[in-house]
Design a protein around this ligand. Structure first.
Ligand code: MLT
Length: 410
């Protein structure tokens, strides 16, 4: 009989969001008249920007013609999309990238997982706590960890606690690690890192020959002009950082699927015999073997995000979500809840009232307010006692959810 990858058996629970979905479905079935408002998973609710939608439609029409039909594209993405992203999103921030350093994908979640393919198993990984669960779980699945302890920490992983005392920004590891996951604006806490903060990480990475995986999925939600959108705005980062970006939240592509990875040519690892080797070459090799590229219409739609009209319309949608974030932040602060994030990020991280556990507060909100959020403990042990609300709902629902919670907590 074929043997299973038993690393999967080390995983403590099902993936967080399906588990929440299961509980919400059970509640909705038992309470069919309850109007449940979902502010749990960060899934967008606004339609695509009209200019983006038009490009999407036009590209589908291209497929109906012999002249403009598109079959397999380049596995790493079309140059016209990559060059547009570099020109519109990186160059204005003083970041120079080559076309060959960017790879278009079908989403950032897969990229964050797949990147592990090109790193040796005996690299030591540092992960924040709380954290986007994909970073932790994919290291467990691939076999880089031992078993979890009773708190949920896996053997072999260096966890970097993020709490109120450190402003939810982790301290540098005390020893040497080889791979560091950073996510700013942060999911789940919504906090951001300034240039000085990121410089500390880049300096650490260079001094320790480490690689930073920088997840910038939420960069478009930054409102403070002093906050960097890309780690490459920090001197030296092109030597030591791989950056992930996503169209999911920026342009409402959670169902459309498009993301990107930047692997600068200077980011080096070592071979078993100690020679330097470029991760860019390995990622290209992996991509061309295991992926056939994001679909042509999706890439056309993604390129339209950067057209003048497309960007203006996209920005309006981002502003809409950030206004939701303001409504949640201010409403719950009025209700006496301690709030973090939600200023440069679409997530509001709150302290559960009266010291409730995250899951108890989840149940209370679901059963008493019919509002769904995400328990902080689902993002790691240090998330216990916290709770995340997403600003991606539609306005009426967000206003109603805040009113219901305010009334309940009075
Ligand atoms: C979240 O709610 O944390 C995100 O939507 C999950 C994701 O982007 O995969």
């Amino acid at each position: 009989m074929a043997k299973i990858n038993d690393n999967y058996l080390k995983l403590k629970a099902g993936y967080l969001f399906p588990e929440i979905g299961r509980r919400v479905r059970a509640f909705a079935e038992a309470n069919p008249t309850a109007k449940v408002i979902r502010l749990g998973i960060g899934d967008v609710t606004r339609p695509l920007a009209p200019a983006v939608l038009k490009a999407f439609h036009d590209a589908v029409d291209d497929l109906a013609t012999t002249e403009r039909f598109a079959g397999y594209g380049p596995e790493q993405g079309y140059d016209w999309l990559i060059d547009t992203i570099i020109e519109k999103s990186y160059t204005p921030r003083g970041v120079e990238l080559k076309t060959s350093e960017m790879f278009i994908s079908d989403g950032s979640k897969c990229d964050c997982a797949n990147i592990l393919d090109i790193f040796a198993m005996d690299n030591v990984v540092a992960i924040g706590d709380p954290v986007y669960p994909v970073y932790n779980d994919t290291n467990v699945m691939i076999g880089r960890t031992g078993e979890a302890d009773e708190k949920g920490y896996y053997q072999g992983v260096v966890y970097l606690p993020c709490n109120e005392a450190n402003g939810f920004i982790p301290a540098l590891p005390t020893g040497k690690v080889d791979i560091i996951y950073l996510c700013f604006p942060n999911n789940p806490t919504g906090v951001v890192a300034d240039k000085a903060e990121l410089k500390r990480w880049v300096d650490y990475a260079i001094a320790n020959d480490a690689v930073i995986f920088f997840d910038a999925a939420y960069e478009a939600f930054i409102t403070d002009p002093a906050i960097p959108h890309s780690i490459y705005e920090i001197e030296g980062a092109k030597q030591c950082a791989i950056e992930f970006r996503s169209f999911s939240k920026t342009a409402g592509f959670t169902g459309v699927r498009c993301g990107l990875v930047v692997v600068p040519e200077e980011v080096m690892g070592t071979t078993p015999s100690g020679e330097k080797y470029s991760f860019n070459k390995l990622w290209l090799r992996r991509t061309t073997t295991k992926f056939n590229g994001a679909s042509y219409p999706v890439q056309r739609a993604a390129a339209a995000v950067y057209s003048e009209q497309g960007w203006q319309q996209t920005k309006e949608i981002i502003d809409y979500y950030m206004e939701n974030a303001r409504i949640i932040r201010e409403g719950l602060t009025e209700a006496g809840v301690t709030i973090f994030g939600g200023v440069n990020a679409p997530y509001i991280w709150l302290k559960t009232p009266a010291g409730m556990t995250s899951w108890d507060f989840f149940d209370k909100l679901l059963t008493e307010c019919h509002v769904v959020g995400t328990p902080g403990s689902g993002f790691g042990p240090s998330g216990e006692g916290y709770f995340r609300l997403s600003a991606f709902g539609n306005r009426d629902n967000v206003v109603e959810a805040v009113e219901r919670i305010k009334k309940n907590l009075k």
